[in-house]
Design a binder for this molecule. Sequence first.
Ligand SMILES: N[C@@H](CCC(=O)N[C@@H](CS)C(=O)NCC(=O)O)C(=O)O
Length: 283
Amino acid sequence: MTDPAYTPPAVWSADTVSGGKFANINRPTAGAREQKALPVGTHDFQLYSLATPNGVKATIMFEELLEAGHHQAEYDAWTINIGEGEQFGSGFVNINPNSKIPALLDRSGAQPVRIFESGAILMHLAEKFGAFLPSDDSRGEVLSWLFWQIGSAPFIGGGFGHFYAYAPDKYEYPINRYAMETKRLFDVADKRLAENEYLGGNHYTIADIAAYPWMEPFVFDAIYDEAHKFLSIDEYKHVGRWVKQIAERPAVKRGRIVNKTWGEEDTQLPERHSAADFEGKNL
Ligand SMILES: N[C@@H](CCC(=O)N[C@@H](CS)C(=O)NCC(=O)O)C(=O)O
């Protein structure tokens, strides 16, 4: 079976775009759409995010730093509701001109520093606290797996997830293309994890913190409709072992509910300002 043919016009126009999830907020232009200041708390680190796989990378990192005794890593986490277009408010755009979560304001130095892109946030914090990024020979391996994840995520989310679960109509060509690539990426990780406890080698690092939130929901059958079965995720035994191991870390259990605004009430934490905010939560 082939998909209905589409002949692109000579010049593309946003007016012709069909619906689908997020269609109402997508535009082909950058920049703020409304004046809206961001809330600011008391800690050095102000995180503006949502508990999506990219957002959870930052909150797991903060919770891991705190768990490891880096008390200076206390942070305020504020919800940015991307379904309602809050990423296009002027305050958020000042921190991330690309209008995507997560975005961080670091006020620990002489001047506030903005950091956007989840990989940049992980590296910035790892270097600042000297944690989860080795300085010996394994550093190159850790950075390679970190950037592998950042480069791969759009094929999984924007590619496979979009066409398999979000697109208003299902088309064979893009689903085949991105299912192929998503499975190939799982196989890359599976082969690596067959021979190494963690992606970077013997230690848990920012490479694992970046990759875990993307692979965990596939393993636990919690993303993109029937994707777990459709992609035969149980084949990736070593990825499964690694996901289950990381899921047990107390910092991961906390980090994945920060900025979560859906699901059971006791697994939601729209804002996080101190360790006390986790009291009564189902971690
Ligand atoms: N490469 C970016 C991707 C961030 C990203 O795609 N964030 C999504 C949520 S997971 C977002 O904010 N989407 C809102 C939009 O596209 O308008 C990163 O790693 O930080």
